[in-house]
Design a protein. Structure first.
Length: 448
């Protein structure tokens, strides 16, 4: 849980009347804003998709968030509610879209000026906390200026600080809108027609198996890629160093915002100074750092120990997944198609005696061609994974739930390295192309 309390920041300059003005930070327990939505999501069968979306959503209530991040998060909450046919989730997402955001200095928070992806959110905007100056918005913008009037309105709100769920005015500081109303349109506005657009969750959100492969900006300093472009061995050693580091981490280990890691066998992302973990699914899948193929760096994703060991060994690094002298077993059988991040370099796709490298490449191309024809409404079977419009998709209740990949990444099918099969994950287009070409398959990512 994230617990944020109201804190006074102190006195500021006196006003023109010489009276001192007291500015304070208006905050709230942001985790409470999506707790009921998460419970409804679990009850509707959302499983491991629920918590990551909930965490990502409530962090948009922090003062540093952009004016449309809260709406974007509400879009994601609502989209999953539609996919799971949960009216409770939809209603709670509409209420969340109107929850007041933290104010760093007791001023009002600007309104998003971009339409939502789901029509059910049309006309909804956040309330303000009662302690905020309703005549002055963040950035010292007076009422009537940019962002001070909700999208679709032509005049300032009356009463100021109100929202459709609480049309009487602002709500008490630190209060959760979801605790005082169950009606997202208490102002009597008619709900718009149901939307057909399904919005993908944000990039910073990783979901149920498999989480998106997350590129680490550069290898650790001790294993930086040497000059001249000979980075494969350095990448392998950097992956080993990360995997060794991950063995020392727990969910309570200190971390910095945006940091990704493996905690136990789970993929982990730092939120609010603590790691939020997501299971990689059934054994033998586990989280691991892997070497990139066509540029310096590493990635973190779900794979098998055997697949991770093969990729690291292909760089020339010795000592298994976490380096020599660690006692790690690297010969776990590969019994499932694991989602790789970076596979073996193009010069060593697999030994010719295996006979499956080219077949894996062609199978990956065929899947990518198929994915190009899919939409979120395409028919699917439980447990089926795919790529839809660049996002990772998982079949839930006969419909695809789509999760967006991190910035610069796209969802793609890739050939496995050391066994027959393919995997589906988030990767760069260049890296995916290199892996497919390494098998001997021609025609690019889709074989066209």
């Amino acid at each position: 849980m994230v617990h944020l309390s109201v804190a006074f920041l102190g006195l500021v300059a006196a006003s023109v009347s010489a009276s001192p003005v007291l500015y304070k930070r208006i905050a709230q327990n942001i985790a409470d804003s999506t707790a009921k939505w998460e419970q409804a999501c679990l009850a509707a069968g959302g499983g491991q998709q629920c918590n990551p979306l909930s965490v990502t959503a409530f962090t948009t209530l922090l003062a540093a968030a952009g004016p449309c991040e809260q709406q974007d998060a509400a879009d994601n909450l609502l989209s999953l509610g539609k996919q799971l046919n949960s009216n409770d989730m939809i209603t709670l997402a509409q209420i969340f879209a109107q929850q007041p955001r933290n104010s760093p200095n007791s001023v009002a928070i600007p309104y998003c000026q971009t339409p939502p992806k789901n029509a059910e959110l049309n006309g909804l905007f956040q309330c303000q906390f009662a302690g905020s100056n309703q005549k002055l918005f963040a950035g010292n913008v007076a009422v009537g200026g940019a962002g001070t009037i909700p999208l679709g309105l032509s005049a300032p709100l009356n009463p100021p600080g109100s929202c459709p769920a609480n049309p009487s005015g602002p709500i008490a500081d630190g209060t959760q809108l979801v605790d005082i109303t169950t009606n997202p349109r208490a102002d009597g506005s008619a709900p718009p027609p149901a939307a057909t657009t399904v919005a993908a969750p944000p990039a910073e959100t990783t979901v149920a198996s498999p989480p998106a492969a997350t590129t680490v900006a550069a290898p650790p300093a001790s294993t930086a890629a040497p000059s001249g472009g000979d980075f494969k061995l350095a990448n392998g050693k950097a992956a080993q160093a990360l995997n060794a580091k991950f063995l020392t981490l727990t969910a309570d280990s200190p971390c910095t915002a945006g940091e990704n890691a493996c905690v136990g066998t789970a993929f982990a992302q730092c939120v609010g100074g603590k790691f939020v973990t997501q299971s990689c699914g059934a054994a033998p899948l586990t989280c691991a750092a892997l070497p990139l193929v066509n540029s310096p760096g590493t990635s973190i994703t779900c794979t098998t120990l055997a697949d991770a060991a093969a990729r690291i060994a292909a760089t020339g690094a010795t000592g298994g997944v976490i380096g020599s002298g660690n006692g790690q077993t690297d010969n776990t059988p590969v019994t499932t198609a694991a989602p790789p991040a970076a596979t073996t370099p193009a010069t060593t796709p697999s030994t010719p005696s295996t006979g499956f490298a080219l077949a894996n490449g062609k199978d990956a191309q065929a899947l990518n061609a198929k994915f190009a024809t899919l939409t979120a409404d395409s028919a699917c079977t439980a447990g089926e994974n795919a790529c839809i419009n660049g996002g990772f998709a998982q079949c839930v209740n006969g419909k695809f739930a789509v999760t967006g990949c991190a910035g610069g990444l796209t969802c793609v099918a890739l050939p496995l390295v050391n066994s027959r099969g393919t995997s589906i994950t988030c990767d760069t287009t260049a890296d995916a192309l290199a892996r497919i070409q390494a098998t001997g398959a021609t025609g690019g990512i889709t074989g066209a």
